[in-house]
Design a binder for this molecule. Structure first.
Ligand code: HEM
Length: 148
């Protein structure tokens, strides 16, 4: 449930024009804007820092749309870097205050379908085509026989 709430919060962020992950949240992509998460909650928009980052743009791009806490810590950033980071802080996910998105509930239900239910759900489609073909052939055959 928390994930759904987090997603709905990220959608609000994305409506402000922030790309939030190609892989995790593909429906939220907005061009030319890059955001990353820290400590699974804090959102940083690093778009304007890409070119100035001493570690290069590539490492930042690798963590956009994801949680970059581990990578940030591994790089052994200085106190100054941590201070500078505050300039790019745009907000925090509020996991308690965000509403659920009904569409996501539906999506989740589809995901939960096991193989047998999927097969049953699709069976209708698979039968419809041959049954229609036999029906049409029968009508054509009857019409043809009558003409003779
Ligand atoms: C808003 C977020 C970030 C800020 C403000 C920032 C800032 C900085 C600064 C000021 C430096 C120079 C060294 C220092 O003072 O520590 C640096 C270096 C570096 N950063 Fe970042 N950084 C950020 C995010 C990241 C992330 C997410 C990664 C990894 C995925 C990363 C990887 C590196 C690396 C590898 C270096 C070392 C470059 C070198 O010494 O050659 N940084 N960063």
């Amino acid at each position: 449930m928390h994930l759904l709430k987090a997603l709905s919060q990220i959608e609000l962020v994305s409506s402000r024009g922030i790309m939030f992950g190609h892989m995790l949240f593909p429906f939220l992509i907005a061009q030319h804007s890059y955001a990353m998460l820290m400590d699974a909650l804090q959102i940083y928009d690093v778009t304007k820092y890409l070119e100035d980052h001493p570690g290069g743009a590539d490492v930042l791009l690798e963590v956009t749309g994801k949680d970059g806490t581990e990578e940030f810590d591994d790089a052994g950033h200085s106190k100054d870097a941590k201070e500078l980071m505050k300039d790019y802080f745009i907000g925090e996910l509020d996991l308690d205050e965000t509403p659920d998105i009904p569409e996501l509930e539906v999506y989740r239900k589809e995901q939960d379908m096991d193989f047998a239910s999927k097969l049953l759900a699709n069976a209708g489609q698979y039968w419809a085509i041959p049954v229609a073909a036999v029906g049409i052939s029968a009508v054509v055959a009857i019409l043809y026989a009558r003409r003779k």
